[in-house]
Design a protein around this ligand. Structure first.
Ligand SMILES: *[C@@H]1O[C@H](CO)[C@@H](O)[C@H](O)[C@H]1NC(C)=O
Ligand SMILES: *[C@@H]1O[C@H](CO)[C@@H](O)[C@H](O)[C@H]1NC(C)=O
Ligand SMILES: *[C@@H]1O[C@H](CO)[C@@H](O)[C@H](O)[C@H]1NC(C)=O
Length: 395
C-alpha cells in the first residue's frame, strides 16, 4: 500500500496550496478526435456522457469486468478492447481515451456517481431536487435546457471525476500516475517534512479535462448558434467543477514523535471532503452568470452590469423551466408529494415548496438515538426513542 494513513489536517496550513495550473496535458494524453459526421454526432449528443455514463457504469457487470482483469485477460491485448466498445454513450474521442486508459474508466463512473449523489444532497430542499421524470439518464430531459440547474450538474459531475481520479492515483490504482508530485508549498514551516503520498490533483484535473471535455471539443457547431452556446456553457461549467476540486485541495499533516509530542510533521496534498466541494459549487450556482452567444461565437453577459464569470464560475444560457408542475416536455417532476417544512420560510417551507397549492398533514413515527451515555472507555450507548411527529406533503 502506498497510501498514507489520513489524519485530520493541521491548523495553520490552510491556503498553502495555491499553485497555478500547468497548461500542458500529461504525457500521452493528447488524443483528440476531429469532427465527426453530423448524424453520428447528433445521436451521441442527445445524451450527455457523464449522465449517461452513470447508467452505464452503474452496471454490476461492468464493475466486475473492470476490477477483475485477471478474469478477462484479453482486456490487456491491444486491439481487442471489449470494454470500450461495450460502453454506450462515449463520444469517438472518449472511446479512444477509453482504450488508452482503460483502468481509469471505473473511476470516471464512480466520480460521476459521487457528483450526482452530492447534487441530490445539496438540492434536497429545493423544488428541483436533482432527479427528473426521465429514468434513462439520471437527470433526464431537464439537462437539455441550458439552465442554472444543468450548469450545476455538469460542474459537480466533472468535479466528481477529478476527485475520483486524483484519489485513485494516490492509491496506486492507475498505471499512468502515482502520488502527487506537487512542489513543497513555500510557506510550509521549515522543519515539517513534505512528501507523504498526496492525492494527485494535478493529474486528476488534466485527465478529467481531456476526457470529460472531449465530447464538447468534437462538436463543430456554426459560430454564434445556440448549439455552440450550449457547448461553451458546458465547457465553462465543467471547468468550474474541476477548479473547485483543485482549489479546495489543501495541505494535510500528520504528527510523529514520542507519544504525541509532534516533534516531527509529515505533510502532503489532500483532496477536500467532497461535501465542501458540493457546498462551494452550490454557492457558485446561486451566483451563476446568465450568458448569451454573440456573433463572434463568444459567450457574453446578458446583463453587463455584472462581472464576467471567471473560470471558477458557473454560467447558463436558458431560464429554468417551471419546477412546480410535472411537465414531460421539460422533464420537470413537479413538487407534488414532496416533504416540506411548515415553519420554514426558506425554499423547503411548504409555501414555496408546494408553489401555493397547499399541503397535506400526516402523522408519522420517527426513530432516533436518544439518552446517549458515554461509557469508560470508550463507547457511547444510546437508547432508541420513537416519537410521533407531523409531516407535511405538497398537494
Ligand atoms: C410544459 O412546458 C412547456 C415549455 O415550457 C410548455 O409550453 C407547456 O405548456 C408545458 N406543459 C404543461 C402540461 O404544463
Ligand atoms: C425528488 O422529488 C421527487 C418528487 O418530486 C421524488 O420522487 C424523488 O424521490 C426525489 N429525489 C430525491 C433524490 O430525493
Ligand atoms: C423546519 O424549519 C425550522 C425553521 O427553519 C427549523 O428550525 C426546523 O428544524 C425545521 N424542521 C425540520 C423537520 O427540518
Amino acid at each position: 500500500m502506498r497510501a498514507e494513513p489520513r489524519s485530520p489536517p493541521c491548523t495553520g496550513v490552510r491556503g498553502l496550496w495555491q499553485r497555478p495550473l500547468s497548461p500542458a496535458p500529461p504525457a500521452g494524453l493528447t488524443v483528440r478526435a476531429k469532427g465527426r459526421s453530423r448524424t453520428t454526432l447528433l445521436i451521441i449528443i442527445t445524451t450527455y456522457m457523464l449522465l449517461h455514463l452513470n447508467t452505464v457504469f452503474g452496471a454490476k457487470s461492468y464493475r466486475s469486468l473492470a476490477l477483475n482483469p485477471i478474469q478477462r485477460p484479453e482486456m490487456y491485448i491491444i486491439g481487442t478492447q471489449p470494454l470500450c466498445s461495450q460502453l454506450t454513450g462515449l463520444s469517438p474521442g472518449q472511446r479512444k481515451l477509453c482504450q488508452l486508459y482503460q483502468d481509469h474508466m471505473v473511476y470516471i463512473g464512480e466520480g460521476a456517481k459521487t457528483g450526482i449523489k452530492e447534487c441530490q444532497y445539496q438540492f434536497r430542499q429545493r423544488r428541483w431536487n436533482c432527479s427528473t421524470v426521465d429514468t434513462t439518464s439520471v437527470f433526464g430531459r431537464v439537462i437539455h435546457i441550458g439552465s442554472r440547474e444543468t450548469a450545476f450538474t455538469y460542474a459537480i459531475s466533472a468535479a466528481g471525476v477529478v476527485n475520483a481520479v486524483s484519489r485513485a492515483c494516490r492509491e496506486g490504482e492507475l498505471s499512468t500516475c502515482g502520488c502527487s508530485r506537487a512542489a513543497r508549498p513555500k510557506d510550509l514551516p521549515r522543519d515539517w517534512l513534505w512528501g507523504g503520498c498526496g492525492d494527485n490533483v494535478n493529474y486528476g484535473y488534466r485527465f478529467s479535462r481531456e476526457f470529460v471535455d472531449a465530447r464538447e471539443r468534437e462538436k463543430n457547431h456554426p459560430r454564434g448558434s445556440l448549439d455552440q452556446a450550449r457547448t461553451l456553457m458546458n465547457l465553462q461549467n465543467n471547468e468550474a467543477g474541476r477548479m473547485a476540486v483543485y482549489n479546495l485541495a489543501n495541505v494535510a499533516c500528520k504528527c510523529h514523535g514520542v507519544s504525541g509530542s509532534c516533534s516531527l510533521k509529515t505533510c502532503w496534498l489532500q483532496l477536500a471532503d467532497f461535501r465542501r466541494v458540493g457546498e462551494f459549487l452550490k454557492e457558485k450556482y446561486d451566483s451563476a452568470a446568465a450568458m448569451r452567444i454573440n456573433r463572434r461565437g463568444k459567450l457574453e453577459l446578458v446583463n453587463n452590469r455584472f462581472n464576467p464569470p471567471t473560470p471558477d464560475d458557473l454560467a447558463y444560457i436558458d431560464p429554468s423551466p417551471d419546477y412546480c408542475l410535472r411537465n414531460e416536455t421539460t422533464g420537470s417532476m413537479g413538487t407534488q408529494g414532496r416533504l416540506c417544512n411548515k415553519t420554514s420560510e426558506g425554499m423547503d417551507g411548504c409555501e414555496l415548496m408546494c408553489c401555493g397549492r397547499g399541503y397535506d398533514q400526516f402523522k408519522t413515527y420517527k426513530h432516533e438515538r436518544c439518552h446517549c451515555k458515554f461509557h469508560w472507555c470508550c463507547y457511547v450507548k444510546c437508547k432508541r426513542c420513537t416519537s410521533l411527529v407531523d409531516q407535511f406533503v405538497c398537494k
